[in-house]
Design a protein around this ligand. Structure first.
Ligand code: 3PG
Length: 212
């Protein structure tokens, strides 16, 4: 059974990967994504502002906010304290997964090989981040892994763009795709939130489920 948060990610189909230098920047990005029809943000622990940005977005409400690039148990604690609803890690770390279970927060650990997937499964996860997707065999690798691990959800991320996102989403084991293609660094630097909203709208249109 998919956790309700993962069911929401699957409904939105795209998980924007956000790196915010300040809480205010995180908030503006999240607002621009929501305005474009994608109220989801994985805010990465790649800056010192990550927890503050998650807290600001969580406080404002309306956006499903998670923590990304979570490498250690203490970052899980910080993410949960800040109000993150899900945790994403680039690799499969028992420390991170166990701490997420302790808090009862859904986790997407990174896995691209059969051994990594089995390790994640043994730790009780129901979905993994297939990262870095494009350089780890892309769609053929995902299809091949889907056969032995039926029932496991994959969220491919890394090197995906608006052209390839629908192709990844056509793979039955794919829950959602992650990426930052709708968040170009120059648009963020310029505070061009309208451009981000436009790119998000395009991402939503192009990845719309055939049933919608
Ligand atoms: C991540 O950590 O998920 C990636 O940086 C996102 O990948 P992308 O920037 O290639 O979309």
């Amino acid at each position: 059974m998919l956790s309700p948060v993962f069911a929401d990610l699957a409904r939105h189909r795209v998980v924007p990967v956000v790196t915010a230098r300040t809480a205010e920047e995180g908030l503006r990005i999240a607002d621009a994504l929501a305005e474009g029809g994608l109220p989801v943000a994985e805010i990465t622990f790649r800056t010192a502002a990550a927890a503050d940005a998650i807290a600001a977005v969580a406080r404002e409400g309306g956006v499903l906010v998670g923590a990304g690039t979570v490498l250690r148990a203490d970052q899980v604690d910080e993410a949960v304290d800040a109000g993150a609803r899900f945790v994403v890690s680039p690799g499969t770390s028992a420390e991170v997964i166990e701490r997420c279970r302790h808090h009862g927060i859904p986790v997407l650990p990174g896995a691209v090989t059969a051994t990594e997937v089995q390790t994640a499964l043994a730790l009780g996860v129901g979905a993994v981040k297939f990262f870095p997707a494009a350089t780890s065999g892309g769609i053929p690798a995902l299809r091949a892994l889907g056969a032995p691990f039926s029932g496991l959800g994959f969220v491919p991320t890394g090197g995906i763009d608006e052209a390839t996102a629908p192709e990844y989403l056509a793979v039955p084991s794919v829950l959602a795709v992650g990426g930052s293609w709708m968040l170009p660094a120059d648009a963020i630097d310029a505070g061009d939130w309208d451009r981000i909203t436009d790119l998000t709208r395009r991402a939503v249109t192009r990845t719309r489920s055939p049933e919608d």
